[in-house]
Design a protein around this ligand. Structure first.
Ligand SMILES: Cc1ncc(COP(=O)(O)O)c(C=O)c1O
Length: 270
């Protein structure tokens, strides 16, 4: 999809729908087509008899926290079934409980392949690919890697999944997400240079006017709050799943102080 991000290996760079991530690495493997996100008609137009699979982030992360629409995902599943295409959900960023469900696809439809990494082992490097009933896609031995399934990463992965389950962190992500959402809506109403609060669970973002994203990130860091600006127009917030209301209150206060300072800058008043 346009605005997607799928990683930094050659094939996933080629799949990524943001030219800025690709230029340095050309020539890239061919065979990937990008279409606008949430546009089923564009998917249909781009499908040919050579199309094998559709790869999607149900919530675009690096692109600025844009959840897919329910209608689009339902239509995508139906189209893949009709055309015998494999539906692949990239859960590297939105998976592992981030959206309040273990997989972000659980808000929508079931894919045929799921890819995971990042939060899956609580910070220890890990990557995983899951496939469901369509076991005809891969058989043991089709693919391997030197460190695949290594005991340390897997132990960390098991501990993470157990912790998420035993500590009800999915419920916590949903509840804290709602609380954080209200705070962000309030800040957007207060400061005219931020708007469009959005997200799902603990994946949240706001739009930033005048390209002020990096300025806000820098000033917030000086106040002790770590944020991320995926591009100058976007402020992304992906806090840990163990977040509580006191953490959110403190973060809101720090962000409020930061935004009040930024509001004084000539760029914010343009
Ligand atoms: C949706 C998504 N897929 C895949 C990746 C993997 O990226 P990398 O190859 O840098 O580990 C990322 C990293 O940000 C991501 O957000």
């Amino acid at each position: 999809m346009e605005n997607s991000f799928h990683g930094r290996t050659m094939a996933t760079t080629a799949a990524t729908g943001q030219a800025a991530y690709q230029a340095t690495w050309a020539p890239l493997p061919d065979g990937f087509k990008q279409v606008p996100f949430n546009d089923l008609e564009a998917i249909k137009q781009a499908t040919s008899d050579k199309t094998a699979a559709i790869l999607i982030e149900a919530v675009q992360g690096e692109g600025g926290i844009w959840p897919a629409s329910q209608e689009f995902m339902q239509g995508l599943r139906a189209w893949c079934d009709e055309q015998n295409l494999v539906l692949i959900c990239d859960e590297v960023q939105a998976g592992s409980g981030r959206t309040g469900k273990f997989f972000s696809w659980q808000h929508y439809v079931r894919p045929d392949i799921v890819t995971m990494a990042k939060g899956l082992a609580g910070g220890v490097p890990i990557g995983a690919m899951l496939t469901g009933p369509r076991t005809d896609l891969f058989v043991p031995g089709d693919h391997g890697t030197t460190f695949g399934g290594n005991p340390i990463a897997c132990a960390a992965g098991i501990a993470t999944v157990k912790t998420i389950t035993e500590q009800n962190l999915l419920d916590n992500a949903t509840r804290m997400g709602e609380y954080w959402k209200e705070k962000l809506e309030h800040l957007c109403a207060k400061y005219p240079f931020i708007d469009s609060p959005r997200g799902i669970g603990l994946m949240r973002a706001v739009n930033v006017k005048h390209g002020l994203g990096p300025v806000i990130v820098q000033k917030a860091m000086e106040h002790g709050l770590l944020l991320n600006s995926t591009n100058p127009q976007t402020l992304r917030m992906i806090p840990p799943l163990i977040l509580n209301t006191a953490d959110i209150d403190e973060a809101t206060e720090l962000l409020d102080t930061t935004l009040a300072e930024v509001a004084e800058l000539p760029a914010a008043q343009a």
